[in-house]
Ligand binder design. Sequence first.
Ligand code: ASP
Length: 590
Amino acid sequence: MTAIPGPLDATSMRTHLCGRVGTSDVGDSVRVCGWVAKRREHGEHLAFIDLRDHTGIVQCVVPGTVDVRSEYVIAVEGVVRPRPEGTANPELPTGEVELGECTVTVLASAEPPPFAVEDRVDVDETTRLRHRYVDLRRPRMQANLRLRAAVNGALRAAMDRQGFVEVETPLLWAPTPEGAREFVVPSRLHHGSSYVLPQSPQLAKQLLMVAGIDRYYQIARCLRDEDLRADRQFEFSQLDVEASFVNQDDVLAFVSEAVLDAAEAATGQRPGTIETMTWAEAIDRFGTDKPDLRFGMELVDLSPVFEGTGVKAFGAPCVRAIVLRGGATLTRSRLDTLTDRARTLGAKGLAWFRVVEGDDGTAGLDSPLDRFLSDGERSGLLAATAAGPGDLVLVVADEYRVACSVLGQLRVDLAGRPVSEGPYRYAWVVDFPMFDGVDASGNPVAAHHPFTMPHPDDLDRLESDPTSVRSQAYDLVLNGWELGSGSVRIHRGDIQSRVFAVLGITDEEAESRFGFLLGAFRYGAPPHAGFAVGIDRLTAIFAGEDSIREVIAFPKTQSGSDPMTGAPKALAPGTLADLGLRAVPAPARA
Ligand code: ASP
């Protein structure tokens, strides 16, 4: 077919996109292509077809009858004309016009779709994923994938503008240090040996710094064999970044610029600057290192009020509270549910106090614990929480981290705000601890990865008091979701050896796991730092979706399978033999 000259939308098969036919085209002959969204007959002499492509729907009026059904792929030629008086459809962008005197060419017939191609229909996920190509025809999914492309485009443009170079790193790689379980790819040429799919391009990007690339980025696919959740898939995409001769503030500035650009591209609005708080402050105020800043309900320290208390339940190193405004109306059974929830989260219990107005007009407490409180404790609790009549005070007394994390989670539960609900509140959380508890053999566990630089002020305590050492690691958080993390890396061999020693990684082990990186560092490693932004999560929030599966073209189900392709599948015996593998029956599940 010869190309039809016309606007950008035109190809050799069409002059217009369905959703873009408008009143300015009235009188023109046009040719549109797409899927039959709806077909209705008007007597024997007229058929109406709603034709859909990714831009929308246009109504086509065909003289006589026409043999097409839902989801047939057709081309329609007709003349644009205003719809007859009183029949305009204000819900459709093309609703003031229609194509008249149409001729229809069937390009492909179609079986009835497994579900209607409409946003409003409720279809179970397995069916949607089995027929993902039909599911993706829905306007919402079309919008999501296009939004994702816009986010990627904005991220790329921002990194290019800031002098970063896009470099692709291998998918067939060796184990990386992120700590998650890895997907392995058995080698055909080296029986018994495997590649590993990268959990992230962490080591590759550090090698690129040694290589003098200076500023690297990549929209990188990362793979982790971990249980799936609403915000986690086996494979996900990151804006992966690394730069040389920079400090933490430089990285925060580069990444902020890219993320704010992406926000603007996706939502039309550029957020102001991103606020920064330390990890310690985040835990103290919000009970979590992923603070949701859209609402208050910050944790209140009641330890001074209950110091030396006679109330047994409050005899703990830390007493903290949150206040639910207007929460005094919560029923006993709801309070019992909250108490159970607190226990599931690790607390020994949950104390609640309804704030009521006393006979003399002053605030008092209604709670089974009230009669054990001294007057000073009662007034101290009210003063510290600033709670007034009608409010509910929830108290957890425990170790510091337990009390904070339980209340932090109850705070989020009680607010009940879907992650994608505006406003968008970003936060940089900096100064993470270097280590996150200890493992079974008593060695501290790296909170980020073993190449993270300790905080310079804490370096002298690395061996003597490792769990008090802060690192130069930082996270980006949006509406309570972690969008990504990064760190200043260790580029000095002496510090790296000390960190490995504290982690219980022997020289031999370090050499066998990361020898290629350590070897490269011996040839001159610049100071460097980096970050990775989770693109699936970022896009999901902008798209108003609470699951990243809605912004991924072909995601896996919660159980890690793909109902469309049937993956994962048993390998044919010949393939196993080629790889030098033998299948063994799956162990019985406990
Ligand atoms: N590799 C890290 C991650 O994937 C990010 C980074 O430190 O740059 O979480």
